[in-house]
Design a protein around this ligand. Structure first.
Ligand SMILES: [Zn+2]
Length: 136
């Protein structure tokens, strides 16, 4: 069964926090998402940079758009399986399927199962529950 996002929020630093229907959360920085872009253009670009090239050595260039801090402009659902993410650098053709957005939990969750009853004995302040109206 595929997980569905139940909430997507932008955090103060621009990171995207996706909450899944099973309670898990995935946090993405805009740069991470941008590098992950699965569209044909980006895949091609990635392959080109990964392959050993015989191009003449040039000094690295950064464009004005790249120099600005990257942000996620919008995330629009595509069908029921993916999001189309637009970035502030003008790129917005990537379709991110849910399994891609839901990264594998890299940190092993520490399940805090401390055995021990936590019942507070003799509590004087009872919760304010109205049980007077039982109907009969
Ligand atoms: Zn792309």
């Amino acid at each position: 069964m595929m997980s569905i996002p139940t909430a997507i929020g932008r955090q103060a630093d621009g990171a995207i926090l996706i909450t899944w229907d099973d309670g898990d959360e995935s946090r993405w920085s805009p740069g991470e998402l941008r590098r992950l872009c699965p569209c044909a253009t980006c895949r091609e670009k990635k392959r080109a940079t990964a392959a050993p090239s015989s191009k003449p050595v040039g000094l690295p260039v950064i464009s004005a758009a790249e120099a600005r801090p990257l942000t996620v402009e919008s995330m629009r659902p595509v069908g029921n399986y993916a999001y189309n993410i637009s970035f502030s650098d003008g790129h917005g053709s990537g379709i991110f399927p849910f399994p891609l957005l839901r990264r594998e939990p890299s940190t092993t969750k520490v399940s805090n199962t401390s055995a021990g009853s936590n019942t507070s004995a003799g509590s004087t302040s009872a919760p304010d529950v109205d049980v007077t109206d039982e109907g009969r």
